[in-house]
Design a binder for this molecule. Structure first.
Ligand SMILES: [Zn+2]
Ligand SMILES: [Zn+2]
Length: 326
């Protein structure tokens, strides 16, 4: 029977309706699409040697030979812009920063084509750019996200992420922040730490729990095989947590979880969201960063658009069972 689940913290509603799809164990037979791994692609602006085709880098990590390994550039087609000085009339500019993080100089299209060490370098770039925009002073919130694969909205195959920093905390993030703050003032404990404790005790939705990171399929997963990855320590800010000790541990767990997702889901298109604390004082007690992995096997259709209620055909308990390393 379809079950309505509501996550009180995020405010998301989902209908778990396993009757609407293939049974979960039928997914495992479907193999992933062929991936792209090449040293270089002739017409790709993100490949090494084609830097002139993009705006100049605002951040680069280089190897011992001086070649870049992670490169951050302003988005050529930004959704928001810092250049709002000469705008007149009634036009209200969308203010903010929009950057592209090119994750490798090689022409690869999957996170798992990076080594764990390379993924740790990418995490360092995310943290550095988030810190940069937080210190910029006029922005209130930064989101790092990755759209991997055409069904997740990617238009360029070469592995990259994006950062958008906004002058306000977006409504959905603010609404969750208010619920978290209210929960904290009631119980004097971080509600996300409580979620991790509950998931660990319950165990059925845990995917991986190692090296200080817990990955699980949330109770009200809106997408089949949705995974949240959270630090077991109470850490509010992603960008402040990424020290030399933490980065490689997170990279190893994240790499392993994404590899399981690629093995289990028929399509490897997914969105990855890094949800860090809003850039203001007083949020440390009840903010707790997380990475969301949202495989896009389910198109967002009319019902979802009209109601904000998602229909998910794979119960998170079944999803976690499939995703756990064998
Ligand atoms: Zn390329
Ligand atoms: Zn916490």
């Amino acid at each position: 029977m379809p079950e309505l689940r509501k996550d009180w913290l995020t405010g998301r509603s989902v209908i778990i309706a396993e009757n609407r799809a293939l049974r979960p164990n039928e997914f495992s037979a479907v193999t992933a699409n062929a991936s792209t791994t090449a040293a270089y692609a002739a017409n790709c602006y993100f490949c090494a040697g084609h830097e002139a085709g993009t705006p100049p880098a605002v951040y680069e990590q280089t190897d011992e030979q001086g070649h870049w390994r992670v490169r951050v550039i302003p988005n050529k087609f930004p959704a928001v812009t810092l250049e709002v000085d000469n705008v007149g009339g009634s036009l209200k500019p969308a203010f903010g920063a929009h950057e592209v993080i090119v994750e490798s100089s090689r022409h690869i299209d999957r996170t798992t084509s990076l080594s764990v060490r390379e993924l740790a370098n990418v995490l360092e770039a995310y943290a550095a750019r988030l810190r940069h925009w937080r210190e910029y002073g006029q922005l209130a919130y930064g989101l790092v996200f990755k759209n991997q694969g055409p069904r997740a909205g990617a238009s360029i195959a070469h592995l990259h992420s994006q950062l958008i920093a906004l002058p306000m905390v977006p409504p959905a993030v603010e609404a969750e922040a208010h619920r978290a703050e209210a929960a904290f003032s009631k119980r004097s404990t971080c509600p996300y730490c409580a979620v991790i404790d509950e998931e660990r005790a319950q165990a059925s939705r845990i995917v991986m729990d190692q090296d200080g990171f817990t990955a699980f399929c949330p109770y009200a997963s809106v997408q089949p095989h949705e995974v949240w990855l959270m630090p077991a320590n109470h850490w509010a800010s992603f960008e402040n947590s990424m020290d030399d000790d933490t980065r490689p541990r997170l990279a190893a767990v994240l790499h392993a979880v994404i590899a399981r997702l690629e093995a289990v889901t028929p399509s490897t298109s997914y969105n990855m969201l890094i949800r860090t604390a809003p850039w203001r004082a007083g949020v440390e007690d009840w903010s707790h960063w997380r990475i969301e992995l949202l495989p896009r096997t389910n198109p967002i259709a009319g019902f979802e658009l009209a109601t904000g209620i998602f229909i998910n055909a794979v119960a998170p308990e079944h999803a976690a069972q499939q995703l756990r390393p064998v």
